[in-house]
Design a protein around this ligand. Sequence first.
Ligand code: PBG
Ligand code: ZN
Length: 324
Amino acid sequence: MPNQFPSVRPRRLRRNQTLRDMFQETEFSLNDLVLPIFVEEEIDDFVPITSMPGVMRIPESKLAGEIERYARAGIKSVMAFGVSHHLDATGSDSWREDGLVSRMARICKDAAPEMIVMSDTCFCEYTSHGHCGVMHDHGVDNDATLINLGKQAVAAAAAGADFISPSAAMDGQVQAIRSALDAAGFIDTSIMAYSTKFASALYGPFREAGGSALKGDRKSYQMNPMNRREAIRESLLDEQEGADVLMVKPAGAYLDIIRDVREASRLPLAAYQVSGEYAMIKFGAQAGAIDEARVVRETLGSIKRAGADMILTYFAMDLALQGI
Ligand code: PBG
Ligand code: ZN
């Protein structure tokens, strides 16, 4: 006679916290997190970013102290974005030996040599038009931009950056950067490519944070958010070009793509929980609608569960200070 009640009961393993911890499948720790930071030159005070409560632009003069504070809190890695006062048509400050990109890497490595420093490698923070490369009549000139990406990568590597992280979304950018680095002798400098980067509305707050001059959009070089096959293809191209680490960006709305890339490649995979994802959680919590700490753990845990090995998140310092 069939039993009216189940003999199979998944609830047995959920009876108490010890059991729940024992059978938890996914964990994340500070080892997996990268803190993105904004560094502005020629200012004296921190500048709050209103669309990202709790995040501030760091004055370059205070960067060393901040990096020491992050290191003491247990942060293992930062991704540096410059807020430049030296804009021009090509973003040439970004490849000067004494330009902001180089100075940030040098300051970070001097302040905490064990901190892994990633250098966002793009031009939109350094161009007067706010696009991610050199403009020509029909938009951004892919191949002219590749030459400049190589120059910026070499400058950042010479200043001590551990990772070059190209976010310009130019075709062939990983190959161009790898050959420029190798030709200059930086064979051990790694490349973490923004390999699948969508033209997302979730970058909104970042544009305020970085003081972007952009009018229009980046749809001719970043990916259509509705495309899955192309998303996998983009990451695999970067693998072929010599990327050491792949990345999906944004993260939370693209968990399927994280899983797809995880299964298509054996390279380490990063995911970027971007400014808009951060803002939605912060403002939702401020309105009393959600519990911030729990939602942060749930979203980051889900990004790892989907297949990411590392996560770039603006919550990294909060987690470090609260304990994960
Ligand atoms: C620019 C860049 C952007 C981000 C990282 N690098 C913005 C964009 O592509 O428009 C977004 C990061 C975020 O929103 O947190 N190359
Ligand atoms: Zn850019």
